[in-house]
Ligand binder design. Structure first.
Ligand code: GTP
Length: 285
């Protein structure tokens, strides 16, 4: 507890005794009504390390009901072989597929786990479109378009970083800037490494583009919980201080264990207009 409190202090977050007591009281009361989203949000597994809510009280979080979470999860289930398909792989912007359904894209540095996450979202199903996952960075060299039940499209982008050829960067930037059907991007950050300079460059690019996006912390099965918490708090602090467009709550996922996947599936279903939340308690940035 002391170690985690000092983490907060390092991040400039002041935790008073009275605030701790008040928050403990809120937590005790909220446990009695067992709020649902926590059951599928991995942030819950870190909450016992700290006495104050990790996602600040004044942030509106994504708060689907258990039924909505099941609806979101269902959307990604393949019932027949052609419901989820890879429709196109493109390099040049002139060859983007002409889609008039909502789109979400996955961006991040090489090897951060974009392809693995998309495979996990499709439940690693044997009927899912073939998705290449590599040990070495730079495997995804084109924009890959996956259409889900003709309702929305997921786009796997080439990873950015030191070795990224300029034309990748151009096509990625051009795509993000001009794609009208793009309703949300997810910027992936490795939860073990935490935010690094390359991620911050990506975040600045997203802010300049001023298109809605959210941060996803990947590989949460790898770091120790204290490291994961520290890196999550740093991301929250960064969102708070340096972003205007970013969704206030990061999503935490592990592709092999599928932790956090249902929650993210539900958010994608919501953000693409395929889920009508009963709850009003959802940030719409
Ligand atoms: N332990 C763990 N390993 C992961 C996870 N996600 C991805 N990996 C591993 O990280 C490596 C890179 O994963 P990819 O999904 O290919 O990453 P990418 O961002 O698509 O990579 P590029 O093609 O270079 O852009 C692979 O060895 C994966 O098995 C995760 O959640 N947990």
């Amino acid at each position: 507890m002391t170690r985690v409190l000092s983490l907060f202090q390092n991040l400039g977050i002041h935790v008073t005794k009275s605030r701790c007591a008040a928050i403990n009281c809120i937590r005790a009361n909220s446990n009695q009504t067992s709020p649902d989203p926590w059951s599928v949000n991995p942030i819950k597994d870190l909450q016992d390390l700290v006495a104050i809510p990790i996602v600040k009280e004044n942030y509106q979080v994504f708060n689907p009901s258990p039924r909505e979470i099941e609806q979101g999860h269902e959307l990604f289930k393949q019932r027949s072989g052609r419901e989820i398909t890879m429709i196109k792989s493109v390099v040049s912007l002139e060859r983007l597929p002409e889609q008039n359904i909502p789109e979400v894209s996955f961006v991040g540095q090489s090897n951060v786990g974009k392809s693995s996450l998309i495979s996990a979202l499709f439940n690693h199903s044997k009927d899912s479109p073939f998705i290449k996952i590599g040990k070495k960075p730079g495997l995804t060299k084109t924009l890959l378009f996956f259409e889900v039940k003709k309702l929305f499209t997921l786009v796997d982008m080439p990873g950015y970083g030191k070795k990224m050829p300029t034309y990748y960067m151009k096509s990625m930037h051009g795509y993000l800037k001009t794609r009208n059907v793009l309703c949300r991007s997810f910027l992936l950050v490795d939860s073990e490494m935490g935010l690094c300079d390359v991620d911050k460059e990506g975040l600045r690019m997203m802010e300049d583009l001023a298109k809605p996006y959210a941060i996803v912390l990947t590989k949460i099965d790898k770091p120790r919980r204290s490291v994961l918490l520290k890196n999550l708090l740093e991301v929250l602090d960064y969102i708070n201080k340096h972003t205007h467009i970013c969704f206030p709550q990061p999503f935490l996922v592990s592709s092999p264990s599928l932790s956090g996947i249902k929650y993210l599936q539900t958010f994608i279903a919501h953000t693409t207009g395929n889920l009508h939340l009963a709850s009003k308690n959802t940030e719409q940035t």
